[in-house]
Design a binder for this molecule. Structure first.
Ligand code: KIV
Length: 280
């Protein structure tokens, strides 16, 4: 019997100094394999806007899509802890709407939600969510939903004062009740500084090796998404080439008549066949 990962398992891993392996997934089959292969956490990231839906910004995905994809992933993940990423503006309009949308994410099958940023409003929302029994993963550093106010896709916390501000925010998130914090695109020394000065795990993506765990977009690490490749991505497979080669071979087999073969068709019984004027 597989033991489901919980916030308590994650806390124990952190206390034992065991690194936490996190990957994104957006569909049932991929989630099933990532779960079977041993990832601790599966994040249904709003990165699905780019890698699964072909939008050019995460701001273009909403609750309707996130709930569908989260349900699919949750059905495939028997052991891994599943986190639903709260999409742009699904939690920013009011605390009530945010709590309701996060509740829907858990109803779809997530075990927790991820919320970007830190300000007084976000801290109040996190308190309400954790009081309501909804675990929250924070997200600091580069927060893609704020790309327009951040002024573009860029490493965050490049100076002592911006890192001090990030640490202040990390501590506030910890106090508000998040169980861990994603640090995205932060210099490695900054990732270390924050990790060493808070008491909950940090999950890095482009934030260096000192974070308590790492997260990567599965389509990036599997070589499936190829529109662009961030510096921090390590490629473990080349799914794009597997798909291209397989599809080329399939098309050639169809056009040459090699597919389907005798083993790949259904046949009439002889007595039925004899009634029809068809050959072999
Ligand atoms: O949407 C996403 O995939 C994310 C992670 C990469 C942190 O937010």
């Amino acid at each position: 019997m597989l033991k489901k990962t919980t916030v308590k398992t994650i806390e124990k891993m952190y206390n034992n100094g065991e690194k936490i392996a996190v990957l994104t997934a957006y569909d049932y089959s991929t989630a099933k394999y990532i779960d079977e292969a041993g990832a601790d956490i599966i994040l249904v990231g709003d990165s699905l806007a780019n890698v699964a839906l072909g939008y050019n910004s995460t701001q273009q995905v909403g609750m309707t899509e996130m709930l569908i994809f989260t349900g699919a992933v949750a059905r495939g993940a028997h052991r891994a802890f599943v986190i639903g990423d709260m999409p742009f503006m699904s939690y920013n309009v009011s605390i009530e709407e945010g709590v309701r949308n996060c509740g829907d994410m858990l109803r779809a099958g997530a075990n927790a939600v991820k919320i970007e940023g830190c300000n007084d409003y976000i801290l109040s929302l996190i308190k309400r969510l954790t009081d309501a029994g909804i675990p929250v993963l924070g997200h600091l550093g580069f927060t893609p939903q704020s790309i327009n106010t951040l002024g573009g896709y860029a490493v965050q916390g490049k100076t002592e004062d911006t890192l001090e501000k990030m640490l202040e925010q990390a501590r506030a998130l910890e106090k508000a009740g998040v169980f861990a914090i994603v640090l995205e695109m932060v210099p490695e020394e900054g990732g270390k500084y924050i990790t060493e000065n808070i008491n909950i795990p940090t999950i890095g993506i482009g934030a260096g090796k000192y974070c308590s765990g790492q997260v990567m977009v599965s389509d990036d690490m599997l070589g499936k998404f190829s529109d662009y490749q961030p510096k921090f991505v390590r490629r473990y497979a080349d799914i794009k080439t597997v798909v291209l080669d397989s599809v080329k071979e399939y098309c050639a087999d169809v056009k040459s008549g090699d597919y389907p073969s005798a083993d790949e068709v259904f046949k009439l019984e002889e007595k039925e066949k004899s009634k029809l004027n068809v050959g072999s």
